[in-house]
Design a protein around this ligand. Structure first.
Ligand code: AKG
Ligand code: FE2
Length: 253
């Protein structure tokens, strides 16, 4: 399996006093979002101690009663929310819209954190930990451990993402693809189970409320307008009926 180097973006650039550096960093984010739909970020402003704590406690979290898990998860989710908002702001401004427009439709209360655990699977090297899918959100931020197994579609081929413990992975979801009228790409990805090692990851999903209407930011729009609630229920029906999600193509005009 070919391993790829995802575009690696140093987010310190966004806070630079030099306007050219800020613009170059924003341009790198937008380019990666349209060419790959995926990138990694370092110097992302999330306290490395918090990331470590969340990672080291994750295996324990699975075994604890829910109440004991809440504190570190809330802290982590808040940090992820801020980073997600910053990245979404860059992507929105790049297409001529204001950060504020986006903040109105994406509140923290509709976003969520998912803790994934992939047990070791010795029977076969070709077992899915997670089947191929695109994410049904605006964007996802992922923190993974060192085991590896995440693969994404690049130029019609599956490529494996090399784990980088200093970086967080960001990927564009279906809603940003629809909103950007296909400028940003929601790319298929999957997780292959590891024969020997259990794997953990944590994903933060930037989602709007169910009433939020998603339309393209440019005309002529490639998708009909839909609410996020409508999107979710369509997907659920598709999964029930066909066993898989069709997603965006069913909203294409
Ligand atoms: O665990 C991973 O690396 C990917 C998780 C993922 O794609 C998801 O939760 O949607
Ligand atoms: Fe995903």
């Amino acid at each position: 399996m070919e391993e790829c180097q995802l575009p690696l973006i140093d987010l310190r650039g966004l806070g630079s006093r030099d306007e050219r550096e800020r613009a170059a960093c924003a341009a790198a984010i937008c380019r990666a979002s349209s060419e790959w739909g995926f990138f990694q970020v370092v110097n992302h402003g999330i306290n490395p101690g918090l990331v470590r704590k969340m990672r080291s406690e994750q295996s324990r979290l699975f075994r604890l009663p829910f109440d004991d898990k809440v504190e570190v998860m809330v802290e982590f989710a808040a940090a992820m929310a801020e980073l997600a908002g910053t990245l979404a702001g860059v992507l929105v401004e790049n297409l001529g819209h204001s950060r504020g427009d986006f903040e109105d439709i994406c509140q923290e209360s509709s976003c969520f954190l998912r803790l994934n655990r992939y047990p070791a699977c010795p029977t076969s090297p070709e077992v899915f930990g997670l089947v191929p899918h695109t994410d049904s959100d605006f964007l996802t931020i992922l923190s993974q451990d060192e085991v590896g197994g995440l693969q994404l579609m690049k130029d019609s081929r599956w490529v494996a993402v090399k784990p980088n413990q200093d970086a967080l992975i960001v990927n564009i979801g279906d809603l940003f693809q629809a909103w950007s009228n296909d400028i940003y790409k929601s790319v298929e990805h999957k997780v292959m189970a590891n024969a020997k090692m259990e794997r953990y990851s944590i994903a933060y999903f930037l989602c709007p409320s169910y009433e939020t209407s998603i339309g393209s930011c440019r005309e002529p729009s490639k998708y009909r307008k839909f609410t996020f609630g409508e999107y979710r229920s369509q997907i659920q029906e598709q999964v029930k009926k066909y066993g898989y999600k069709i997603g965006l193509p069913s909203f294409r005009l």
